[in-house]
Design a protein around this ligand. Structure first.
Ligand code: NAD
Length: 298
C-alpha cells in the first residue's frame, strides 16, 4: 500500500518503521529534520508538507503531539485535504478528543476520504515491539481496510464504533492509567518515607492486590533507574488528563479521582517536567518528603 506518515516521534517513528518493514511504500513528513532523516534511512521517502505526503496515498497516518497540530495538518493550506485522493483513509493515532474527530470527519468525507480515529495504547515499548492495542472509530469498511496496515504494528485491534469512539475508549483508558500512576507514586512515596525499599515494594505489590501496569511502565522503567527520557512526556500525559476532564465537563459527569490527580500533572508542568517522561512526577514527592525513590544500586 502507499502510505503517508506525519509525525515521527517516540511513537510515530517505530510505528512507521514497522510499516516500512511490512513492505508498504511510505512518504513521510515531520517538522523535525532529525526525525525525518531517521526514517529516510530506514527506507521512507521524505517530503516537505502534509499535502505532499497525502498525494497518491491509500492511507495517511498521523502521530502528532497536540490536537491543534492535528487540525492544522488536516485542514491547513498545505494540509492533507489539499492533497488527498478520493477514497483515501486518514488514520489519527495521536490522542485527541472524540469531539475533534467528529468535527473533522465531515470535512474529510467532503473530499471523498474517510477520517478514522485509531488511538494507540502500549506506549513506546509497544510501538517498538509492534504489539500496540488499537481503538478505532469509523465505518466497518474503513476499519477492515485500515486493519491490513495496522496489523504491521498492532496486536489487539478493536472497532469501537463510529467516528470518535476510538478516542473515547482511549481517553477512558488514559484516565485510569493516569490516576493509577498518581496513586502508585503517592503510595510508594509513603512507603519509602516509612523505610521501605522501593524496588522490593514494587516487587511485592506487583504480585498482590494493589498491582497495576504502572509498576512496570513507570516505577521499574523510569523511577527506579532514575531515567526520565523516552516514553510518554509529562506534557502529553497532561494533555490527555485535560481531554478526560473536558469530556466529563461536557457531559456533566463528576470525576473526583481524575480531578484530584490532575493537580499533580499541573504541578509537574509548573516544575518544568513537561519534556520528561511522566514518571518524573515522582520528583514532586521526593522534594516534599526529602526522599529518593531509586533502586539501591543507582
Ligand atoms: P513526540 O513528541 O515524541 O512526537 C511527535 C512528533 O510530531 C515529533 O517528531 C514532532 O517533531 C512532530 N511534529 C510536531 N508538529 C508537527 C507538524 N506540524 N507536522 C509534522 N510533524 C510534527 O510524541 P509521541 O510520544 O510520539 O506521541 C505522539 C502522539 O501519540 C500524542 O498524541 C500522544 O498523546 C500519543 N500517544 C503517545 C504514547 C506514548 O507513550 N508516548 C502512547 C499512546 C499515545
Amino acid at each position: 500500500m502507499k502510505i503517508g506518515f506525519l509525525g515521527l516521534g517516540n511513537m510515530g517513528g517505530p510505528i512507521c518503521g514497522h510499516l516500512i518493514n511490512a513492505g508498504h511504500t511510505i512518504t513521510a513528513y515531520d517538522v523535525s529534520p532529525d526525525a525525518l532523516t531517521g526514517i529516510i534511512k530506514q527506507g521512507a521517502k521524505g517530503c516537505t508538507s502534509p499535502k505532499e505526503a497525502a498525494k497518491g496515498a491509500d492511507i495517511i497516518f498521523l502521530s502528532l503531539p497536540h490536537p491543534n497540530i492535528s487540525r492544522e495538518v488536516i485542514l491547513g493550506n498545505d494540509g492533507i485535504l489539499a492533497g488527498i485522493e478520493s477514497g483515501a483513509l486518514i488514520a489519527e493515532t495521536s490522542t485527541v478528543s472524540p469531539s475533534l474527530i467528529k468535527e473533522l470527519a465531515p470535512a474529510v468525507l467532503n473530499q471523498g476520504g474517510e477520517l478514522l480515529d485509531a488511538a494507540v495504547s502500549g506506549g513506546v515499548p509497544g510501538a517498538v515491539a509492534g504489539t500496540l492495542t488499537l481503538m478505532v472509530g469509523g465505518s466497518e469498511a474503513g476499519f477492515q481496510r485500515l486493519s491490513s496496515a495496522m496489523e504491521a504494528f498492532g496486536k489487539n485491534l478493536f472497532h469501537c464504533g463510529g467516528p470518535g469512539m476510538g478516542m473515547l475508549f482511549k481517553v477512558i483508558n488514559n484516565m485510569l492509567a493516569h490516576v493509577n500512576w498518581v496513586a502508585l507514586a503517592e503510595a510508594v512515596a509513603l512507603g519509602v518515607k516509612a523505610g521501605a525499599d522501593p524496588e522490593l515494594l514494587g516487587n511485592v505489590v506487583s504480585v498482590s492486590s494493589g498491582r497495576s501496569a504502572q509498576i512496570d511502565d513507570r516505577l521499574r522503567k523510569h523511577v527506579l533507574p532514575g531515567n526520565f527520557t523516552g516514553g510518554m512526556k509529562t506534557e502529553l500525559a497532561t494533555k490527555d488528563s485535560v481531554l478526560c476532564l473536558e469530556l466529563a465537563r461536557d457531559l456533566g459527569v463528576p470525576v473526583f479521582l481524575a480531578s484530584a490527580a490532575h493537580h499533580i500533572y499541573e504541578l509537574g508542568m509548573a516544575k518544568g517536567y513537561g519534556e520528561e517522561e511522566y514518571g518524573a512526577l515522582i520528583k514532586l514527592w521526593e522534594e516534599w518528603l526529602d526522599i529518593e525513590v531509586r533502586a539501591t544500586d543507582k
